[in-house]
Design a protein around this ligand. Structure first.
Ligand SMILES: Nc1nc2c(ncn2[C@@H]2O[C@H](COP(=O)(O)OP(=O)(O)O)[C@@H](O)[C@H]2O)c(=O)[nH]1
Ligand SMILES: [Mg+2]
Length: 202
């Protein structure tokens, strides 16, 4: 009897693709979005990088990120399984101002967003924070700790960005898979809390 049931369980699991949630990874130019999606993704991330060329001169602001030689023209895409039956599809947003028209499309159906920040250029994340606040999409802030950047506490970053107390702010290293994964798990939990709070009576 047990073996019949376990066969059936196995078949049902095979048919059940599980839950797939869409998550955005946003933030300024050169903050580590492509790096984060690449380090956590189980599939080879789809990238649409192009070499920074003369065409971008005067258009893309690379002040402070002069070592950067490529840029994401449309988006990064990756996937990570958080636990059995729960995968996240990651969409890195394009950093440059000239791709704003893609954001509404990208945000549609998303569970939430991670806004990556570099404390040396904190202001670069303002447009992303404004966008998610306006759309009321659950988001959190992950500080990508670059060597040489002054270390701030999450609370300092929260007050510098004037964020509500319930918005998670964490420190991370976008190059480290475990660190990136922790950020994503924190976002899923935050989004879950927000949904439960919205559904709560009164
Ligand atoms: N030292 C350090 N470098 C990083 C980190 N994250 C990204 N980088 C580097 O910073 C540059 C910009 O990162 P990228 O992921 O392309 O930024 P994006 O424009 O947000 O997609 C790349 O050269 C990365 O190798 C990090 O956590 N630490
Ligand atoms: Mg990129």
């Amino acid at each position: 009897m047990d073996s019949v049931r376990s066969d059936r369980d196995r078949r049902e699991r095979r048919l059940d693709p599980g839950l797939a949630l869409k998550i955005l990874v946003a933030g300024g130019f050169g903050v580590g979005k492509t790096t984060l999606v690449g380090s956590v993704s189980e599939i080879r991330p789809l990238r649409t990088e192009e070499r920074l060329t003369e065409a971008g001169v005067g258009v893309d602001d690379i002040g402070g990120v002069e070592a950067k030689t490529t840029t994401t023209v449309a988006m990064d895409f990756g996937r990570i399984t958080i636990r059995e039956n729960l995968s996240l599809y990651l969409f890195g947003t394009p950093g440059q101002d000239r791709f704003w028209f893609l954001w509404d499309e990208l945000a549609s159906g998303a569970l939430g967003a991670v806004v990556l920040v570099d404390t040396r250029r904190l202001q670069d994340c303002f447009p992303a924070v404004d966008f998610f606040e306006h759309r009321r999409l659950p988001f959190m802030v992950a500080v990508n700790c670059f060597p040489g950047a002054r270390v701030y506490s999450p609370d300092d970053v929260r007050s510098a960005l004037d964020l509500d107390g319930d918005i998670p702010v964490v420190l991370c290293d976008a190059r480290e898979r475990e660190s990136g994964k922790e950020v994503l798990v924190a976002l899923v939990e935050h989004a879950r809390r927000m949904h439960l709070a919205l559904r709560a009576p009164g």
